[in-house]
Design a protein around this ligand. Sequence first.
Ligand code: ZN
Length: 83
Amino acid sequence: MRVFCPECGEKARIQKTNRISTSYADLYCSCSDPECGHSFVMNLSFSHTLSPSAKNTNELVTALVKALPHEKVKEIHSQLAMF
Ligand SMILES: [Zn+2]
């Protein structure tokens, strides 16, 4: 991952990562330009899902089925019986 110095625009190095959780980290950075010498903290955080994790497929289907009216559930049940 490329980080740039917000003061001078030069490349910066990530010196240390302080992982707060699986979806948030503080990145301790320093500018690579010795004439600048800026050191700073950037935030790395989860934004949003584009495609759901395959590991959660069962939970996803269960939640969707629970949200459906009883008649629709019966309809899906008979459709699944065809497989
Ligand atoms: Zn700089």
